[in-house]
Design a protein around this ligand. Structure first.
Ligand SMILES: Nc1ncnc2c1ncn2[C@@H]1O[C@H](COP(=O)(O)OP(=O)(O)OP(=O)(O)O)[C@@H](O)[C@H]1O
Ligand SMILES: [Mg+2]
Length: 153
């Protein structure tokens, strides 16, 4: 993809700071696919971004295709977790997801691994990987959102 940046977070505080930075550049909206193993830090990132945008309620993982929604003074946040969705289910939900990729909305989708690369609209991927202990890598990639990548550099 055209834009790619991989950021090392040594602690949850680093991830919090990365999320704050990201939150500063998403005011025009962004559709984010989150990939990574169980416990990698997908929901943690959503939680920190929501906090940075002023969400005071507790941000938890939505279970089985349930959507969590948060309203902020900046833009609405939508958080899906499709982890348990079967491959056929992924195809059926793509059309519904499209509307969450349009306009000033910040959408996060925690995906199952197999569903990567099937999205026919503008998106950003964040792939979260583990290292030792609290070390995590957040790799952002997209053909769009140049201004967000500028901000992250
Ligand atoms: N640098 C770090 N960044 C983010 N989370 C970290 C970091 N170090 C440790 N953690 C811990 O890793 C865990 C990440 O859990 P989280 O629920 O975000 O994972 P997930 O990727 O959403 O997993 P799942 O696939 O189960 O939804 C949390 O307990 C968090 O405190
Ligand atoms: Mg999660």
């Amino acid at each position: 993809m055209k834009n790619n940046i991989k950021i090392k977070c040594e602690t949850t505080e680093d991830t919090d700071n990365l999320a704050k930075k990201f939150a500063n550049y998403v005011k025009d909206g962004c559709f984010v696919n989150l990939f990574g193993d169980i416990g990698a830090g997908k929901t943690a990132f959503v939680r920190f971004v929501a906090k940075a945008l002023g969400v005071t309620e507790k941000v938890t993982s939505p279970s089985f295709v349930i959507l969590n929604e948060y309203h902020t003074s900046v833009l609405p946040i939508y958080h899906f977790d499709l982890y348990r969705l079967e491959n056929v289910g992924v195809k059926s939900i793509i059309d519904e997801l499209r509307e969450y990729s349009e306009g000033k909305k910040l959408t996060f989708v925690e995906w199952a691994e197999f569903s990567q690369g099937e999205i026919p609209f503008k998106f950003m991927n964040i792939n979260v990987t583990y290292d030792d202990d609290d070390v995590r890598y957040y790799e952002f990639s997209s053909d769009y959102y140049d201004e967000i990548f500028e901000g992250l550099r």
